[in-house]
Design a protein around this ligand. Sequence first.
Ligand SMILES: Nc1ncnc2c1ncn2[C@@H]1O[C@H](COP(=O)(O)OP(=O)(O)O)[C@@H](O)[C@H]1O
Ligand SMILES: Cc1ncsc1CCOP(=O)(O)O
Ligand SMILES: [Mg+2]
Length: 270
Amino acid sequence: MTEPTTLTTTPGAALEAMRAARPLIHCITNFVAMNIAANTLLAAGASPAMIHTPEEAGEFARIAAALTVNIGTLSPLWVEGMKLAAEGANAAGRPWVLDPVAHYATAYRSRANAELLALSPTVIRGNASEIMVLGGETSATRGADAADPVAAAENAARSLALKQTCTVAVTGEIDFVTDGTRALRIHGGSALMPQVTALGCSLTCLVGAYAAVLPDAFEATVAALVHYAVAGENAAADADGPGSFGWRFLDALAALTPAELEARARVEAA
Ligand SMILES: Nc1ncnc2c1ncn2[C@@H]1O[C@H](COP(=O)(O)OP(=O)(O)O)[C@@H](O)[C@H]1O
Ligand SMILES: Cc1ncsc1CCOP(=O)(O)O
Ligand SMILES: [Mg+2]
């Protein structure tokens, strides 16, 4: 029988540590997400830098506390920058997070994603459809939005985590995080979240911020997802729709205190 997964750093302590460190996060994300992801990191308490050109991406990854790579809007130059950055992060012993946006959509995108997977991301964060296909299963989805429930992706996430020796986060109505041995589910958030573009991409950057500070990538990923889940619930309480949810969500990320996060976190064994 396996032991139930417990956290050594609670979500409140993780938030306190992340804000105290205000880690510099190197983000290579897509054109849609760049602004909202940078604002997400600032609101949460980290310091973003969006740097993608091959001339400097490898060098900068060695300076930053963590790297996040998102394949949402690719071009050959960007892919080169992503690979150099991942190599730089690995060389400097920094964690890096991969967001495989719609990696199944085209042959070019699949190839780029496979090349990044070969560079051993510390964490992979995707929606259920993205993780199912990465884990060798099929999905009816074609674009960036999920067409499957998170529960359907749990087995794929476990096998992907074991194959890649990394942490895998599957997000959706109830998030699932595993490193192949440990596994937890995180409740919270809002049905308005998938109606605002790039919130998943921005979460990937926030996972980088926590992974920069906590030594355990599994626990860092859980902490980032809990921060997002509680902020999402708070923002949704007064939102009229996706538009007002967007700005309320930034405010809620910033307003959360470690004590509130501690009291409101809903994490269960999986
Ligand atoms: N139906 C939902 N209810 C609550 N939270 C949700 C729901 N769908 C997505 N989320 C949250 O939205 C955030 C982005 O996840 P997701 O939409 O799965 O990513 P992506 O944008 O990459 O498809 C996560 O924090 C996730 O928990
Ligand atoms: C719409 C879109 N198209 C290419 S990247 C992107 C953003 C996807 O954002 P998310 O995965 O967070 O929904
Ligand atoms: Mg996504």
